[in-house]
Ligand binder design. Structure first.
Ligand code: ADP
Ligand code: ZN
Length: 801
């Protein structure tokens, strides 16, 4: 096998195919599909993925592979195939698909580094460079440039004291720790013991007992010895010191109480039996585990996983990023201990890389993680679980625009294993499939231990205003909060900020401060008195006067958590409040710390945004308040009602999960809306029927498929014209049954200084669609006449903006 087919790191349509390269003699038999290599491409050197090795190529004179980046494949055959599948179903480039499967640390960038020559010549280095290197053997080229040492470095390279190297460098290397290990066999060490002084003896005995390398710092701390005895042992040839790789375990400082499986309720047992039967039979099935909040879905997942592990297989559990709380992690860690790897965005790049490698090296059998954990490189999968399957965060909003549910089903089919989708409020798409028998419906209709679903009270805020209450708290909610304070119980207050952030408006002229690059209003942040754009990060100080009319009556509109906190302090001065939002949880570990303080009852009220809506489970929370239920209802999105229903149900589900009964107060300006009414009654099925009827009437999923095409350009007319042309072309290519809407200006009409126009395609069956869309993408990438227009195609859009 002397030819490798390589997908190179150039994300364009023209390069979206394998290119053949010669495998140099020394790497024949070494290079395998799924390894990363460096190859020459035109004038450049690029990283790429080997997707195939073969004997011949149609190309006559092949260029050779220059470097091999992996010792073993990082993508297995199944994942390579999955990548191809994603290029077809999401119209992404193969390179984007493969990169999405690996941790960010491995998405290497080319880095030019200067490397020190061998030891004996280092003395020749000029002092200024010596201090730059300061104990390192490599320094990045741009660091040298930034230090103004370009000339000195060039000279050193010419003299051969430095070497210029193009490194494809991992962003986070492995973490190595100096460790001590025995240099001789255990027997020889035993024999040597007698003749050693006390401290050296202790050290050798310790190493004998551990039977593996021990970090030096740990050895010294445990035995209370200095470095001298170790040095002596090294000189005697009994001990060696070497760098040993350690994993940066984010939970290393935590201890987990082991937990035992619970005795299941009959409904849980029934659901579990169906799932484990499919695990044992090794057949692919998709189950929908539809269970109300607090019905014990997680316990079912965990017992099903036990069965998978008993079969010697592996499992993936996906949870939405925001419900990947320390509580959730703890439940799995307590049950499965060191068999679990956890992947979530709170980890540093290096920590994620460590967790990924535990999977890759088969050191763990279970991974719990957010969306991208669906690509965990297991080779013997026994089950994939997607908790809160209705969450839109399972859809990735950049290339590859995949939905984790589709990827899970693809992989499970390959492995002959079940997929379990769990939710108290399944997405309409999923429930419809279960209703048709495509998925198998498993139901947990009641909370465990006869606990009741909470009592929900809807408050009409217009009525409050009419009777003179101008506060953001209704009288009812305030009364309930006081009651909790009296009883020593806890409350959760939820403020949904999506589409409802604190903007600044001039009361005289109506001017709203907007982002100069994006078509949205800026959000006011009390900290530092600044205005920030939540899309592009643009920031400016708050102005004292209206930039438009010069008036002094600038006012904050909308309600932020800070404002709620201030008002709470006025209304209930004795209440201890913990606020959780982007401002208070930015620091690493802050999220966990705030929650554990609330769990320890250091506060009476937990006030927060979306991030507190899910997964939290505190025994003393008996009240949940929703400050403004309708903030999402008016978004330009056909799923607005569904999202509102889901969110209200989830939030309500935080109340009364244990012995104490729960109470929920929902404040709203549209109390009659069906999504609010039915959420208050915990009536999913009625909501489902009503919403399905609307989707059918308006031609939306699950009755139709959607594809959203967005054209963006710095000049509005250019974007509009491109969208126009695309719509015209697609009308010719697709059948009469396809409905092509638009083009229209996108709801978010400008983003990052670019104007945006969109077309929406609604269809049931369009065999031609994929080819037509590829042609569109091709055209706009290659044709210079369209200069500057960027096209994005989303085959299954969840963001309608
Ligand atoms: P869900 O995921 O459906 O919202 P959970 O799995 O979080 O529900 O369960 C809610 C609570 O009930 C948890 O505290 C859990 O430990 C407890 N629980 C689950 N199953 C049982 C059971 N069979 N017996 C007793 N308690 C249970
Ligand atoms: Zn902006």
């Amino acid at each position: 096998m002397k030819v490798a087919a390589v997908i190179v790191d150039v994300p364009t349509r023209q390069t979206d195919r394998p290119f053949d390269y010669l495998i140099p003699e020394r790497w024949r038999g070494v290079i395998q599909p799924g390894m990363r290599v460096t190859v020459p491409f035109g004038a450049r050197r690029l990283q790429g993925f080997v997707v195939d090795v073969k004997d011949h190529s149609e190309i006559e004179s092949l260029k050779a592979i220059e470097e091999v980046l992996d010792v073993v494949p990082v993508l297995n055959g199944e994942l390579l195939d999955l990548g191809r599948h994603l290029t077809e179903t999401t119209l992404c480039f193969a390179i984007s698909a493969y990169q999405a499967m690996l941790p960010a640390a491995m998405r290497a960038k080319y880095e030019k580094v200067l490397r020190l020559a061998e030891e004996e010549r280092r003395g020749e280095l000029p002092d200024e460079l010596k201090s730059l290197f300061a104990g390192r053997t490599e320094v990045a080229w741009n660091e040298v440039e930034a230090a103004g040492l370009w000339r000195a470095a060039q000279k050193a390279v010419q003299q051969g004291v430095l070497e210029a190297v193009y490194n494809v460098k991992d962003k986070a290397g492995k973490k190595m720790v100096k460790s001590a290990a025995l240099a001789v066999s255990a027997e020889q060490a035993e024999q040597a013991l007698h003749s050693l002084p006390a401290r050296q003896k202790e050290a050798v005995s310790f190493l004998l007992k551990r039977g593996e390398a021990v970090p030096i710092a740990k050895l010294q701390a445990t035995l209370g010895i200095s470095s001298a005895p170790l040095k002596a042992l090294v000189e005697k040839g009994l001990v060696v010191v070497r760098d040993v790789e350690v994993y940066r375990d984010p939970y290393a400082h935590r201890t987990f109480q082991p937990s035992e499986p619970l005795a299941l309720t009959p409904a849980q047992a029934q659901a579990l039996a169906k799932i484990t039967a499919s695990v044992r039979a090794g057949e692919h099935r998709t189950f929908l585990l539809y269970g109300v909040t607090g019905s014990g879905k997680t316990e079912v997942y965990m017992q099903a996983i036990e069965e998978v592990l008993r079969q010697g297989k592996e499992a993936i559990v996906l949870v939405p990023e925001i419900s990947l709380t320390p509580q959730m992690v703890e439940r799995f860690k307590s049950r499965f201990g060191p068999k679990v790897a956890v992947l979530h965005s709170g980890l540093s790049v290096g920590e994620k890389y460590d967790e990924w490698r535990k999977i890759h090296r088969k050191e763990v059998q279970l991974v719990v993680g957010a969306r991208s954990a669906v690509f965990a490189p297991f080779e013997n999968l026994g089950m994939i679980i997607i908790d809160e399957e209705h969450e839109t965060s399972y859809k990735q909003e950049e290339m590859p625009r995949y939905h984790a549910r589709d990827v899970a089903i693809y992989r499970a089919r390959r492995h002959g294993c079940p997929v379990v989708l769990g939710s108290a409020t399944p997405s309409l798409e999923t429930f419809a499939r279960a209703a048709k028998g495509v998925y198998e419906l498993l139901e947990l209709p009641e909370r465990v231990a006869d606990r009741a679903l909470p009592d929900v009270h809807v408050v009409d805020m217009r009525e409050e205003l009419r009777s003179g209450n101008r506060s953001m708290f209704s009288r009812r909610l305030l009364d309930e909060l006081r009651l909790r304070l009296d009883r020593g119980e806890q409350a959760v207050l939820f403020l949904n900020r999506r589409g409802y952030s604190t903007f600044v408006m001039c009361r005289s002229c109506g001017y709203v401060v907007r982002c100069p690059h994006c078509d949205i209003s800026l959000t006011y942040h009390r900290a530092g008195e600044r205005m920030k754009c939540h899309y592009c990060g643009h920031e400016e100080p708050l102005v004292p006067r209206c930039p438009s009319c010069g008036g002094e009556h600038l006012r904050f509109f909308g309600t932020g958590t800070q404002k709620v906190e201030e008002e709470l302090a006025k209304l209930l001065p004795k209440a201890r409040v913990i606020r959780m939002d982007v401002d208070t949880t930015g620091r690493k570990g802050a999220h966990e710390e705030l929650l554990s303080r609330f769990a320890a009852k250091e506060a009476d009220i937990l006030l927060g945004t979306q991030m507190i809506a899910k997964g939290l489970d505190f025994p003393d929370v008996t009240l949940v308040g929703v400050l403004a239920a309708d903030t999402m209802l008016h978004l330009p999105d056909f799923r607005a009602a569904e999202k509102t229903f889901q969110l209200l149900t989830q939030v309500s589900g935080r109340a009364g999960r244990h012995e104490l009964p729960g109470q929920v107060v929902i404040q709203t300006y549209t109390p009659d809306h069906y999504s609010i009414q039915l959420a208050a009654r915990h009536d999913y099925r009625s909501f489902y029927r009503r919403e399905m009827a609307l989707r059918k009437a308006h031609g939306y999923p699950p009755y139709y498929y959607l594809t959203l095409i967005t054209a963006a350009h710095q000049e509005a007319p250019a974007a509009a014209k491109a969208a126009e042309k695309i719509a015209g072309y697609l009308r010719k290519q697709l059948s009469n049954e396809a409905i092509i809407l638009g083009p229209v200006a996108s709801p978010l009409a400008r983003l990052h200084d670019r104007y945006r126009y969109q077309c929406m395609i609604k269809y049931k069956r369009e065999p031609n669609l994929s080819a037509a869309l590829k042609a569109v993408i091709d055209r706009y990438q290659t044709d210079a006449a369209h200069g500057g227009v960027t096209i994005t195609v989303d085959m299954n859009p969840y963001m309608m903006m």
